[in-house]
Design a protein around this ligand. Sequence first.
Ligand SMILES: [Zn+2]
Length: 179
Amino acid sequence: MDFLCLDFINSQWYNNHQLYQELLRNPGWINDFLTKWKLGNEFNLSEGNINQLCKLRAQLTELIEKISSAQVLSPAELDQINTYLALTKVIPELKYDNIVYTLELTPLVKDFNWLLAQIVVSFTELLTKYDLARIKICQNPACKWVFYDESRNRTRRWCDSSCGNLIKVRRFRARQRNK
Ligand SMILES: [Zn+2]
């Protein structure tokens, strides 16, 4: 399962893996991200905007770390989230498309603040509409990829099998050393 907020948070993984770059500073990645999540392409991100995105990502990462270890967010942390949500004003609109009615929240102004708020809306939906016990961080300490565990018994511990195998290999070697 794919979540806008997790895509956003996981962009930091590439700082230390595979691409070794800050994807928030990569216009190609930003463009793909905005297109994938239908956020529009009218944002001409300034250096200040990118710094704000980096700050938001660090904040959300801290909150995800708490959630994934079954801690409750503090009132100050809820305030942090609500401050972002308050950055945008929306008008609820009933729409009809493809034989279904939908409730859409149309922004008064679709600016950078709206973009920040959309990322936080996705985070809020994750916390309010999904199973908190399935929000996890890969247990490979060198990885820390954030994912939503869809396994039947909620027992997934690693982002993918290669991370799991890596850990298993390390454990095996450690056991060998201790013999
Ligand atoms: Zn991993």
